[in-house]
Design a protein around this ligand. Sequence first.
Ligand code: PLP
Length: 386
Amino acid sequence: MTDRTSAPYRLRLPGPTAVPETIQQAMVAPIVSHRGPEFQAVIRETASLAKPVLGTANEPMFFTSSGTGMMEAALANVLARGDRALVLANGQFGERFASIARSLFLDVDCLDVPWGEAVSGDTVAARLAKADYQAVVAVHNESSTGAVADLAGIGAAVRDTPAVLVVDSVSGLGGIEMRQDDWGVDVVLSASQKALMCPPGVGLASISGKAWKVIGDGRERARFYWDFRKARDSAAKGQTVFTPPVSLITGLREALRMINEEGVANVLSRHHRLADAMRAGGSALGLEIFTKAPIVSDTVTVFTVPEGLDGTDVVRHMYEHYGTVIAGSRSRLKGKVLRIGTMGACTETDILQDLEHLEKTLLDLGWPVRSGAGADAAGESFRQTS
Ligand code: PLP
């Protein structure tokens, strides 16, 4: 039991995110055979609707997995024991990629930059000019810091080398731009529970022709459940290799229908507009944006907690007193940052309410803020972009 008041529960994490009613309804449909024609139609439509979101002509594949499973799957398929991987590490998920790579007995080189910043395409090009790598591994939207990778620049640096570019877009896809084919991203992996507005449980991967050549090069790789070759054969039949999360994929189809109906470009500009207002509102409350990268995330806003306050207290207070669930950090930034999701089925009202609850929390904890400052600044930001 918690000490929480009776305020309505508001899920405002940078994932999992709130699931809209229409998607919930789609998921309570009776379970059908995962090898029958009804579900084949679901898989085929889901894959086809995912393509414009990914910016690809590749055939997306679905797995029963969280995001981390897909990170491991991507590396296990592309790289063989002892292969060299250049991992761009500018946050918790870049570091996780490096740990996964080490656990697969890969030869890992980390390109470390301070958290909050991002690695430039030029830096990657300079590394690739000095050494051979079989893969360059990046996180599109580093959810721990709000830094967005310059995938166009990194893709240009990797494109004409033998290396395969593997990108985690777990918290990016559906909320910030992904142009897999134009940018030369060879493997995009993602998961259902963030900007794709679904519960956790579905992983997806989209693989380029260049990556398929590497995946099928005949070298020994330790993979069974995650074998992308088997997944591709099943996808061609409108199936998955193993039992899929039938209800969740049906929900994902609904989510992708919604995204395509709104229009991918409109969805992305809505995310930008909401994130801008959140940034303006938080700044007006005296909170600095933690992110220093040239491209700041529109799916998660990361604020630095002012000296004298503990972020863990802010997160707990906001939940216990106002019912609003935001994130702190479970990494080296514990207590030092606040992270709020601005992705998926998020609205103007959500942003205004987040800021109101944040403001009240700061005041309750003795931090001086002008009453209404956050909502005023966010409202002004909305007016400028309407
Ligand atoms: N990558 C990024 C960028 C994430 O934000 C997350 C989760 O927050 C993950 C990977 C891990 O995903 P999961 O928790 O679904 O395994």
